[in-house]
Structure formats: structure tokens, C-alpha cells
Design a protein around this ligand. Structure first.
Ligand SMILES: [Zn+2]
Length: 354
């Protein structure tokens, strides 16, 4: 566990997330901050920065108050010594914990338990921010549960996850749930234009390719996002299953490339959604992959609505499956085979499979 991490954030600079911000600022204003929160929602949309902004505002000695969208709002002053310490990642009352390799292990939970027992050093409360909380292994999760059952008065734990269903129900039930959603493209695009100094058209394409994931849209190269998508689509259109296997690595490696797996599934899901919409409406503005309309119509001719819905349902189930679900690889293979069977006949330019 460490307190060494550097970033600058505040409620004022965080894009979107009006509801989470309203809930958290109300907790600060009323002095009723919970002992444990669960920040959940897709990855790379700002949950972690919001957690830091929350702790920073709660620890700030000169909190700013004002209005946002007609509601009372507050934010850290970004000037006091506490705010500077948070910005430089050296505030002694904020602790970070995250996967060591692929897992959060029991040793890390024991360190947390040692640290949480002591009173805050300079602030009124100690903060523990656990990123990718679903990476706790069973031993760690069981031990962590004891801390959640009897958290010291002076502490707040924030668990961050893109997959809350992978956490123990007993952990979930002890946390106040705060749900995060990706900002819509019309909110993300103006922000991206300003942040990256790009035109509106480019910003729109970037925000749709990044699927509203601020963290990706803020840094990614638009060409590489397009390449990544095209790589997935090319592999899905080929004749042999080996090409698909290449795309997802070997099933036994799935656990180590979980993020890649979910990214690829997101790409496929958005793509099939476009194909489905493209079948039923000629309105291009409803499509996400607006830059390749011919490819969308080619798939639309090859795959039936029933097939699309069946595959989308399967993907949805797979994304909801817990890490402890041993059939991950099997379900994934089923998705890929179904897609291959559905699209190979019409869209593949090469010879048919034997
Ligand atoms: Zn301050």
C-alpha cells in the first residue's frame, strides 16, 4: 500500500458524473460521510479521479462553495496545504491500494488493517482508495470483510470496480453504492476539443471510438483506435477459428488479459449494435462507427436480427459473469463461433472453410 501517487483533480474539473458528485458533495456538506463506498461503472470513465476529488474536498481546510446546474456545489480550494499534499500524492491520510500483479493479496489487506487502526495524522479522516477491488483474491476479500464489518469511526474506504458482480455479496451490502456512467458524446466532445486542441469532427469520432471512456479518449491516438477496431472486425470476418484464437490469446491466458478481453467484447458489442441499427434505419447519425457505413451494411445483409440479438445477449451474459466463473473461455468461444457462423458466408472474401 502506498501514499505515493501524483495527480491533480477536483469536483470542478471532473467531466460529467453529476449524480455521483451531487451524492458525494451532499455527504461532505452534511458531515455524514459513509464508512464505505462502492464506485462502480465502466473502466476509464473517471471513478478513480472522483474518489481522489472526494477525499481531497473532505480534507480541504478552505472548501469552496457555489452553484452547479442550479444546485449547491462544493469543491476543494486547490490552494491549502492539504490540497497541495493531495495533488503531489503525499497526503499522509490518503492511502491507495490496487492489484499487485493480477491480484490484491492478503498481505496488502493486512497492511491496510494496520494503517486503518491509527487515527488520521493531519486531517479529520483517513481515506483508503482501492482500485480494481474485484481483483481481491478470496483470502484477501474474506479478511477485508472483517474491516468492513467494523470500520473505525475516523475512516472511509472507497472500493472502485468495473465489475461489482465479481465482489462478495457481503462486501457489496456493506458499501454505499455510487454508480458511474460514461458521459454522452455531446458532453465529451467539447471537453476533448479543448483538452486536445482538435476539431469538433475529430473529437466526435474519438469520443465514439473510445465509447465514452474519458481516460482513453483523453490520451489515445484516433488512428490506433480505428486500427484496433478494424483488427477485430477483420478477424471476425475470416474463415478459420485460429484467427479468432489469435485475437483473444489462448483461453488459459484470458485471466491475465482480462482488460483486453473486455475491450474486444466492447468493440464487438458496439459493432453488432451498429449492424442491428443499420438494418432498421438509414439514419447514419445513430451509428457509432459512422466512418465505415459500407461494412455495416455488408454485415447487415449477412446476419439476421435474431442472430444479432442472440449474440448480443451472449456477450451481455459474458460481461456480467464473475471472474470466478470457470466457463469464461467456453462462453467466449461460443460467442466467437456464433459470430463466425453468422458472418462468414457473406462477408469473407476468401475461400469457404472445408
Ligand atoms: Zn484546500
Amino acid at each position: 500500500m502506498s501514499t505515493e501517487r501524483s495527480f491533480e483533480t477536483s469536483f470542478e474539473t471532473i467531466l460529467g458524473h453529476a449524480h455521483p458528485k451531487a451524492v458525494l458533495t451532499a455527504a461532505i456538506a452534511s458531515g455524514r460521510i459513509a464508512h464505505a463506498y462502492l464506485f462502480h461503472g465502466e473502466s476509464h470513465i473517471g471513478k478513480f479521479l472522483t474518489a481522489v476529488a472526494f477525499a481531497k474536498a473532505a480534507l480541504c481546510s478552505r472548501l469552496k462553495t457555489g452553484q452547479a446546474s442550479g444546485r449547491p456545489a462544493l469543491s476543494s480550494c486547490d490552494q491549502c496545504s492539504s490540497c497541495h499534499a493531495v495533488d503531489s500524492g503525499s497526503h499522509p491520510d490518503i492511502h491507495f491500494i490496487g492489484p499487485d500483479g493480477a491480484q490484491i493479496k492478503i498481505g496488502q489487506i493486512r497492511e491496510l488493517q494496520d494503517a486503518i487502526a491509527f487515527k488520521p495524522l493531519v486531517g479529520s479522516r483517513k481515506w483508503f482508495i482501492m482500485d480494481e477491488a474485484d481483483a481481491m483474491n478470496p483470502e484477501a476479500a474474506n479478511s477485508f470483510l472483517k474491516t468492513l464489518e467494523e470500520p473505525p469511526d475516523h475512516s472511509t474506504l472507497i472500493l472502485i470496480t468495473a465489475r461489482p458482480q465479481a465482489l462478495l455479496p457481503t462486501v457489496l451490502s456493506r458499501c454505499q453504492s455510487v454508480r458511474f456512467s460514461p458521459p454522452p458524446p455531446d458532453e465529451l466532445s467539447p471537453w476533448l476539443q479543448k483538452q486536445r486542441g482538435i476539431g469538433l469532427k475529430e473529437a466526435l469520432l474519438l469520443s465514439t471510438l473510445a465509447m465514452g471512456k474519458i481516460g482513453i479518449a483523453a490520451e489515445a491516438d484516433p488512428d490506433s483506435l480505428k486500427e484496433e477496431r478494424d483488427r477485430v472486425l477483420d478477424a471476425l470476418s475470416k474463415n478459420h477459428l485460429e484467427d479468432l484464437a489469435e485475437l483473444f490469446n489462448e483461453p488459459e491466458e484470458l485471466a491475465s488479459s482480462q482488460e483486453q478481453l473486455y475491450k474486444t467484447l466492447d468493440t464487438i458489442e458496439i459493432w453488432l449494435r451498429d449492424v442491428l441499427i443499420g438494418r432498421h434505419t438509414p439514419e447514419p447519425s445513430l451509428l457509432i462507427n459512422q466512418d465505415i457505413p459500407d461494412r455495416i451494411s455488408a454485415w447487415g445483409r449477412a446476419v439476421s436480427t435474431d442472430q444479432l440479438l442472440e449474440i448480443l445477449t451472449l456477450i451481455h451474459l459474458l460481461k456480467r459473469a464473475s471472474t470466478r466463473n470457470l466457463n469464461h473461455a467456453l462462453v467466449l468461444e461460443t460467442v466467437l463461433l456464433k459470430i463466425r457462423d453468422a458472418v462468414v458466408r457473406e462477408t469473407a472474401p476468401g475461400p469457404k472453410p472445408d
